[in-house]
Design a protein around this ligand. Structure first.
Ligand code: ATP
Length: 245
């Protein structure tokens, strides 16, 4: 079995996946460096979500390999993959899905409490993340009392609170207006950079490019283009990138 290079936190080769016989990924190869912020861009149906789901262990590729550090994710059974996702990965969906009965800090603290962290420590961590994401004032509000962009920032806080090694964000700003999109993306990427969290996000178009280190374009389930972006001039410190597509 081919082993991944040491400096890639995620490494996949030849990923192939078809939904009910309809091809979604056709031999995609990709490597993601530790601390890198990578955007997978492409039109509707190009395979972005399927790629993220294969990389994060939600789907087992029908062909190809996925390594997370030295762990061969593609050979793991469903229970081990579920544990890996819970302990090491974060996930953000396009639509903010929150528990309606819980307020913002309780929603944010959920991943910690599910891992056994005590309520007081989980609350402290949740409140810190809500402050960092500029929604500390909303901590006691329930989801129905929040704006869509505030709800999405609670989702971002919930994904970051447990310090995942890799955060997967599937079109995290899709439901937002343009100005809110930039705000949420900037907050997400700045928070991830300052906590050395690797991010793989998807987007329809390349206007996410100014927030990320590298973009990979998908078309019809294949990698068609990769753009390495120059180091940011604002001192945010983009990581060096590797491409193995
Ligand atoms: N659960 C499913 N059942 C059947 N076909 C699916 C399923 N999920 C995705 N597909 C198909 O697989 C292909 C890739 O879909 P995928 O959602 O990965 O693309 P995407 O680039 O994320 O699209 P979008 O931008 O619309 O979310 C598409 O043709 C889609 O219709």
């Amino acid at each position: 079995m081919v082993a991944p290079p040491d400096n890639d936190v995620l490494w996949a080769r030849g990923l192939t996946y078809a939904h009910d016989g309809s091809p979604a990924l056709q031999g995609v190869s990709i490597g993601v460096r530790e601390g890198e912020i990578l955007a997978v861009v492409g039109p509707r149906g190009s395979g972005k979500t399927t790629l993220l789901r294969c990389l994060s262990g939600q789907l087992r590729p029908q062909q190809g390999v996925v390594w997370f550090n030295s762990i061969p994710v593609h050979t793991m059974g469903p229970v081990a993959r579920e544990r890996l996702r819970r302990d090491r990965f974060g996930w953000i969906d396009p639509e903010p899905v929150l528990v309606p009965e819980l307020n913002a800090w309780e929603n944010t603290a959920l991943p910690l409490m599910l891992r056994g962290t005590g309520r007081r420590a989980a609350k402290t961590a949740a409140l810190e993340w809500l402050e960092r994401l500029d929604i500390g004032a909303c901590a006691r509000k329930r989801p129905h009392a929040l704006l869509q962009s505030e709800r999405q920032r609670v989702v971002v806080a919930r994904a970051l609170v447990a310090s995942p090694s890799v955060l997967f964000a599937d079109e995290p700003t899709a439901p937002l207006h343009r100005a809110e999109r930039s705000h949420v993306l900037r907050t997400l990427t700045t928070a991830a950079r300052s906590h050395d969290i690797t991010v793989v996000l998807t987007a329809h178009d390349a206007d996410v490019a100014s927030f990320v280190d590298r973009t990979v374009s998908l078309l019809d389930g294949r990698c068609v283009k990769t753009v390495h972006l120059p180091a940011a001039s604002d001192g945010e410190g983009r990581a060096a990138c590797s491409l193995s597509a």
